[in-house]
Write a protein that binds this ligand. Structure first.
Ligand code: CP
Length: 308
C-alpha cells in the first residue's frame, strides 16, 4: 500500500488513522515544535499541471514541517511546453530521487497512470473532474473538529457537482465515515453516474437546508463548462447561491464549508463566507496537518499504511 489515489480506497480505519494522526501533528509549526525530523532525507515532488493556491502550498509546507526536501514542478515554464510527456517528466523526476510525487493534472486518471510508472508513492492532488482525496480528508477533519462527530452527520454538497472532484471524493469518504450526503445541484450539473454514488440527489436547496448539519458549497467551474448547460449566473445564484436569507434556513449549529477558491456573489455571498460559522480558512489550516499526516503515513514507513 503505497499511494493515495482515491478517497474510495481508504477503509474506515485508515481514514480515521489519517484524521487522528493529523490531530497529533496539528501542533507542529507553532513556536514550541517548528519541525519534526520524520522525513529527513526523503524527497517530495509537487508536480502541478494545473493551477493551485491551497493544495500546492500546503503540501509544500507539510513536507517541509516533516523535514523532507521539496521540489516544486510547474508545467508552465518546464519542458512540458516542448512536448515532453507526463511519463517522461515523471521518470526524469524519479531519476532525481523522488520518494513521493504529489500530482495535480487536468486529465481524470492521471494520478493512476503515474502510479504505474514511478517507484515512489503517488498522492493525487486533483485529477480532472475525478478525485481530490486530500481535500476530502481535510474536509472530514474540519467537520469532526467543529461538530464533534462524523457518524450520522447530514452533509449537503451544493453546486457544480458535475465538474467537481471535491464532491466525488467527499461522497466516497464521508460515506465510509458514516455521514449522510445529499448532492444538491441543477439537473444539468449532476454527473450522469451520480445515481450509483452512495448518496442522495436533490434539486431544491431550500428544502434540504433545514435538514442539514454541514453545507458544502462548490465552486462553479467555468473552465470545465464546455458541454454542460449552465443557467445564467444570476439564475444560478438565485436558485443555488448561499446568501443571508438561505443561510437563515440552516439550524443554529450548522456550519458552512467551501474548498476554495470561492466565487463570491455567485455560489456564496460575502456575508456568509465571512460568517463565524463558515470554516473556509480553518479548512486551509487543517489541510496542512492532514497533508502532513498523509505524507508521514505513506513515506514514513509507519504501519498500518494507508491507501491502495
Ligand atoms: N481546494 C483546492 O484544491 O484549492 P486550490 O485549487 O487552490 O489548490
Amino acid at each position: 500500500m503505497r499511494h493515495l489515489l482515491s478517497a474510495g480506497d481508504l477503509t474506515r480505519d485508515e481514514a480515521v488513522l489519517v484524521l487522528d494522526t493529523a490531530r497529533e501533528l496539528a501542533q507542529v509549526g507553532d513556536r514550541s515544535v517548528k519541525k519534526l525530523p520524520t522525513l529527513r532525507g526523503r524527497t517530495v515532488v509537487n508536480l502541478f499541471y494545473e493551477d493551485s493556491t491551497r493544495t500546492r502550498t500546503s503540501f509544500e509546507l507539510a513536507a517541509k514541517r516533516l523535514s523532507a526536501d521539496v521540489i516544486n514542478f510547474s508545467a508552465k515554464g518546464s519542458s512540458v511546453s516542448k512536448g515532453e510527456s507526463l511519463k517522461d517528466t515523471a521518470l526524469t523526476l524519479q531519476a532525481m530521487g523522488a520518494d513521493g510525487v504529489v500530482i495535480r493534472h487536468s486529465a481524470s486518471g492521471a494520478a493512476h497512470r503515474l502510479a504505474n510508472w514511478v517507484d515512489g508513492s503517488v498522492l493525487n492532488a486533483g485529477d480532472g473532474t475525478h478525485e481530490h482525496p486530500t481535500q476530502a480528508l481535510l474536509d472530514a477533519y474540519t467537520m469532526r473538529e467543529r461538530m464533534g462527530r462524523l457518524d450520522g452527520l447530514r452533509v449537503a454538497v451544493v453546486g457544480d457537482v458535475r465538474h467537481s472532484r471535491v464532491a466525488r471524493s467527499n461522497v466516497l469518504l464521508l460515506n465510509t465515515l458514516g455521514a449522510q450526503v445529499t448532492l444538491v445541484a441543477p439537473p444539468t450539473l449532476v454527473p450522469v453516474t451520480a445515481g450509483s454514488w452512495p448518496c442522495e440527489v436533490a434539486y431544491d436547496l431550500d428544502a434540504v437546508l433545514p435538514k442539514t448539519d454541514v453545507v458544502m458549497m462548490l465552486r462553479v467551474q467555468a473552465e470545465r463548462m464546455k458541454d454542460a448547460y449552465f443557467p445564467t449566473a444570476r439564475e444560478y445564484s438565485r436558485r443555488y447561491g448561499l446568501d443571508k436569507e438561505r443561510f437563515a434556513l440552516l439550524g443554529d449549529d450548522a456550519i458552512v464549508m467551501h474548498p476554495g477558491p470561492m466565487v463570491r456573489g455567485m455560489e456564496i455571498s460575502a456575508e456568509v463566507a465571512d460568517s463565524p460559522r463558515a470554516t473556509v480558512t480553518e479548512q486551509v489550516a487543517n489541510g496542512v496537518s492532514v497533508r502532513m499526516a498523509v505524507l508521514y503515513l505513506l513515506l514514513g514507513g509507519s504501519e498500518p499504511a494507508i491507501g491502495n
